[in-house]
Design a binder for this molecule. Structure first.
Ligand SMILES: Cc1cc2nc3c(=O)[nH]c(=O)nc-3n(C[C@H](O)[C@H](O)[C@H](O)COP(=O)(O)OP(=O)(O)OC[C@H]3O[C@@H](n4cnc5c(N)ncnc54)[C@H](O)[C@@H]3O)c2cc1C
Length: 474
């Protein structure tokens, strides 16, 4: 059995992996370049925790119900910590749809769409507090991993990683190194340096997020939008609830949309938000932040197994270090936790004597369970970016891509059909895959029929021209 595991990165993936592996009797050391959180509750973490290693730390974050239920099943103590720090339980992702005549009222099964509302710093602080209390886990902050240690490889065997080297010249030996270093993990470059460059898949230039957080004076949350993420001409609007009467609103554009870069200005951002009737009231709270913008959110994934052979052993990549998906769907943390749980299962099966098998089994899990989700979002991104490109050029994109056209029809039909709405919610909350939730006799035909004659995006909002006029104040 693998005895000492080094986890690079104390983000949600690394911390959950550490706790799950320690529960198997392993000794786990987590190294993170960032400082740890300040003492105190979730508010202190939001206010005072500097986290340069996680660029999206103060952007809209929501843990999907699929992730919350995984955490509750695997690490109930972590859920207790989240609640103790101020996480708001029983937030239902589809509550905004309950008062709409065609899709409401609440159904008994809707409890599955519940999650805990919190801002991202609260989540990381809670996981860290729980990890620190977990026997077998040690977390070291302010330690930057700068290189990989390798052992002598047998001829014809791939290179084998035996530990890491830190910026300060410390050497940490490990039976297994887990790269949970996030979207900017430096490990891919380090692997290239030892002749094991991962195979990489990437999509386009991604999207750009313009986020502002708000707070209510009395701790209550404002009326929920009928759906947390709605797509419109050139912009998607996303709202997520937080802890302590806070909520975030993001306007999401194509990374290539230069004319909408003006959304970084708070006045322009508010003028734009006021054009989306389902979300406009969410801009009326007390601002907690200015508008923060983040780009470079390309979807990317890496593989360390090519043609059935590991490129390297003794190291695995999980969470965002393995792959990033379009953040607007809020799936990253849940996927990272699934990956962490799969790593635990792989070590149970493969033990330590067979690092090749560890690599192969974890790659098999990712290919069967995570890659299809990644591919689905990658296809969505390509279509959406092409659609926005056409709008920037003054046109409207049409395509004969049947999957994309069906997705558009389902999105429109959900407002007329409670079963379609809940099927989409199951997929969106990572409670079920599209095959399970949406491939049902007659459902696609019904969606196409219901969507006939409706605009491409049924949710109310401005045209690109109206949006640009508002944003540029002309
Ligand atoms: C704008 C935006 C919004 C998002 N919204 C959501 C959402 O609503 N829901 C959701 O589930 N996901 C969301 N995501 C995705 C989510 O943020 C990521 O999936 C999540 O952070 C991945 O966790 P992780 O632990 O794998 O990596 P990270 O959280 O990135 O953590 C990696 C850690 O590794 C450390 N590290 C990196 N390099 C080194 C090194 N050399 N040495 C030591 N330590 C190192 C970093 O300091 C960091 O602490 C969003 C992403 C973006 C960009």
């Amino acid at each position: 059995m693998t005895k000492h595991v080094l986890v690079l990165g104390a983000g949600p993936t690394g911390l959950v992996a550490a706790m799950l592996l320690a529960a198997e009797g392993l000794r786990v050391t987590v190294l993170d370049r960032d400082p740890g959180p300040p003492d105190g509750d979730g508010e202190a973490a939001w206010r005072d925790w500097r986290r340069p290693g996680v660029g999206q730390f103060r952007h809209s974050h929501c843990v999907l119900p699929g992730g919350t239920s995984l955490l509750a099943a695997e690490l109930p103590g972590a859920v207790d910590r989240i609640l103790a720090l101020g996480g708001r339980p029983h937030h239902n992702m589809i509550a905004g749809a309950w008062d709409r005549a065609a899709t409401g009222p609440r159904q008994p099964g809707d409890a599955r769409f519940e999650t805990i509302a919190m801002r991202r710093p609260l989540l990381d602080a809670a996981l860290l507090a729980q990890a620190r209390q977990t026997p077998g886990v040690t977390v070291r902050h302010g330690v930057q991993v700068a290189g990989l240690l390798t052992g002598k490889a047998r001829s014809a065997a791939p290179p084998h990683v035996t530990g890491v080297l830190t910026q300060d010249g410390e050497r940490w030996a490990a039976d297994l190194v887990v790269d949970a270093g996030g979207r900017n993990s430096p490990v891919a470059g380090m692997l290239a340096g030892i002749g094991a460059e991962p195979e990489e898949y990437r999509v386009g230039t991604g999207f750009r997020y313009y986020t502002r957080y708000f707070r209510s004076p009395d701790g209550a949350l404002p009326r929920q939008a009928p759906w947390p993420l709605c797509h419109h001409d050139s912009v998607s609007v996303l709202s997520v609830p937080g802890d302590r009467g806070t909520w975030g609103v993001s306007l999401v554009t194509s990374g290539r949309d230069q004319e909408l870069r003006a959304l970084a200005d708070a006045d322009a951002w508010h003028r734009a938000l006021s054009l989306y009737p389902w979300f406009a009231h969410l801009g009326e709270g007390e601002p907690v932040t200015g508008v923060t913008a983040i780009g470079g959110t390309d979807s990317r994934r890496r593989r360390l197994v090519v043609d059935g052979r590991p490129l390297v052993t003794g190291i695995v990549q999980i969470g965002d270090a393995w792959g990033t998906v379009d953040p607007q769907f809020g799936t990253g943390i849940t996927m990272g936790w699934r990956h962490a749980a799969a790593l635990r299962d792989v070590l149970r099966l493969a033990g330590s004597a067979d690092p090749l098998r560890q690599s192969l089994l974890l790659d098999k899990f990712a290919e069967e369970n995570l890659t299809p989700v990644w591919e689905g979002f990658a296809a969505w991104d390509r279509n959406r970016l092409a659609e926005i490109d056409a709008e920037i050029q003054g046109g409207v994109r049409t395509t004969d891509d049947a999957d994309w056209n069906l997705q558009i029809a389902l999105g429109s039909a959900r407002w007329k059909d409670p079963e379609i709405l809940r099927g989409l919610a199951d997929v969106g909350c990572l409670l079920a895959g599209p095959q399970e939730a949406l491939v049902k006799p007659g459902l696609a035909e019904r969606a196409v029929e219901l969507a006939a004659g409706e605009p491409r995006y049924a949710e109310p909002g401005p045209s690109r021209g109206e949006l640009l006029t508002a944003v540029h104040g002309t």
